[in-house]
Design a protein around this ligand. Structure first.
Ligand SMILES: [Zn+2]
Ligand SMILES: [Zn+2]
Length: 216
């Protein structure tokens, strides 16, 4: 893997391993709150808004071939309920663990693998560059995995009325006199069709129904 851009130590998602050192077994714990980068979530569904705080707890462990990074990220995501389309907020907690390898540890002590395997593996491998590593891709994957693909405002969200689009959670007794709507449509149809036998009967029933209602 060729680094396409040098890591910038001023980037809050770039971490420095110099203090940890390369002695295997060395441990370092870090806490850092960062601003969420762009597109931090599932586009158009749910995600952590750009600039929102993301609390990071990291444990860096020096091992022979690199630094093993274990961590937790906490943030608040925003999205839309898939059933009723209300905006919603939810707490996300994502855990991750990733190995960042020293570039020069690449050939050392590793059995020569088949060239194809090597190429595949290398694509996924992450490296330490000049003692720095970039947590962003790891964090992004972990947060996306921790987010619900079908977020709902409440587990039993009843969604929207199929007739008028009203949010049913706001109005549990919401209903339409569906019979009346259908009869009205049939009546209209009956009128346009003229003397159809079935339509005539339906029309009569509908009128009876309407009268009954008006009397109450
Ligand atoms: Zn909902
Ligand atoms: Zn409705």
């Amino acid at each position: 893997m060729a680094p396409n851009a040098r890591l910038d130590h001023r980037n809050p998602l770039v971490f420095d391993t110099h203090e940890l050192g390369r002695r295997p077994g060395a441990l370092q714990r870090l806490s850092r709150t960062i601003d969420a980068p762009k597109d931090f979530g599932v586009q158009g569904v749910v995600g952590v808004p750009e600039g929102a705080p993301v609390e990071l707890e990291l444990r860096l462990e020096s091992v022979m071939e690199g630094v093993l990074v274990t961590g937790t990220a906490r943030a608040q995501a925003e999205g839309e309920c898939v059933r009723c389309l209300e905006p919603l907020q939810l707490d996300v907690e994502a855990e991750f663990q990733e190995m960042f390898s020293y570039p020069d540890a690449d050939d050392r002590g590793r059995p020569k693998a088949e060239p194809t395997d090597d190429a595949e593996e290398d694509e996924d491998r992450l490296f330490i560059e000049d003692g720095l590593f970039d947590l962003e891709p790891v964090l992004r994957d972990a947060v996306v995995l921790a987010l619900p693909m079908q977020p709902v405002c409440q587990d039993d969200c009843p969604g929207l009325c199929s007739e008028c689009g009203a949010r049913l959670a706001d109005d549990p007794d919401h209903h339409h006199d569906a019979v009346d709507i259908r009869w009205a449509a049939l009546q209209g149809l009956a009128g346009s069709l003229g003397d159809g036998e079935k339509d005539e009967m339906s029309g009569a029933d509908a009128e009876a129904g309407v009268d009954e209602k008006q009397e109450k």
